[in-house]
Design a protein around this ligand. Structure first.
Ligand SMILES: *Cc1c(COP(=O)(O)O)cnc(C)c1O
Length: 240
């Protein structure tokens, strides 16, 4: 298991690599936000990341996320300073409609909205909680059959439909590149995502809040930032 100092060093290194990628693309240093993906990590490692100041955390399964929240809550309650950082949990994995009701009270944002029915379910539950939930629309840019995400050809239409819902705030799009050996092989997927994102943003069918591109993981976050990512979701490179 990664120790606290491993995690600290890894976080520093990931942020340096993010900054270098931004510089190469002549983007500003803070152009991309880091979501620390805690999935499959022991709770002690998650608590260390929180102690090191990370508050944007990602999980890919509803049940895991609920368990995390309970354990992290206990950890924070025991902590001597008693400070409770406002942690934002990001749901980054495939989401079933029957889990939305359990998820919404505890989640900050959902990165994986890929059908209108799912968006409508989030909208209904959000209305009951009297909140507006930030969401990203997941697009299957690589065309792999086993991948989640709306097909490229249906993306603009779905974005327009999601935008009409009053209790979700469509922040932009999310995509996952195929598993690759060399990060360069992920580049075409990210370029495609950015083009689709820009087409939708320019279409006039979505609001001004549509400005985020969630793309890039441990294997390829630098390439993603070079191609315009504003949110990267990184797990194993931090907890290695
Ligand atoms: C696991 C996961 C990540 C992070 O993957 P790493 O390779 O551990 O950085 C990012 N996004 C999604 C949707 C994931 O499921």
């Amino acid at each position: 298991m990664a120790t606290r100092s491993n995690i600290r060093d890894n976080l520093k290194r990931v942020r340096e690599r993010m900054a270098s990628a931004a510089a190469r693309a002549r983007r500003s240093e803070g152009c991309a936000q880091l979501v620390v993906v805690t999935k499959d990590q022991p709770i002690a490692a998650v608590c260390n990341a929180i102690d090191l100041g990370e508050i944007e955390l990602g999980e890919s399964r509803v049940q895991d996320l609920q368990e995390r929240i309970a354990s992290v809550g206990e950890f924070l309650a025991r902590r001597s300073e008693g400070v409770h950082p406002g942690i934002h949990w990001h749901m980054i994995g495939h989401l079933q409609r029957n889990k939305v009701k359990t998820l919404l009270p505890v989640v900050h944002a959902v990165h994986s909205v890929d059908t209108l029915r799912l968006a409508e379910t989030i909208d209904q539950q959000a209305a009951r909680l009297n909140r507006v939930v930030p969401v990203l629309m997941e697009v299957n840019c690589s065309g792999e059959k086993q991948k989640n995400g709306v097909p490229v050809g249906a993306a603009e239409c779905l974005a327009e439909q999601i935008s009409t819902l009053r209790h979700v705030d469509l922040l932009g799009t999310m995509t996952m590149a195929p598993r690759v050996e060399d990060a360069e092989e992920a580049r075409p997927t990210f370029v495609r995502m950015r083009e689709i994102f820009e087409d939708i943003a320019r279409s006039g069918r979505v609001g001004p809040g549509f400005r985020h591109l969630s793309m890039g993981m441990s294997q390829d976050f630098e390439v993603a930032i070079e191609e315009g990512a504003t949110i990267v979701r990184v797990g194993s490179a931090i907890f290695a």
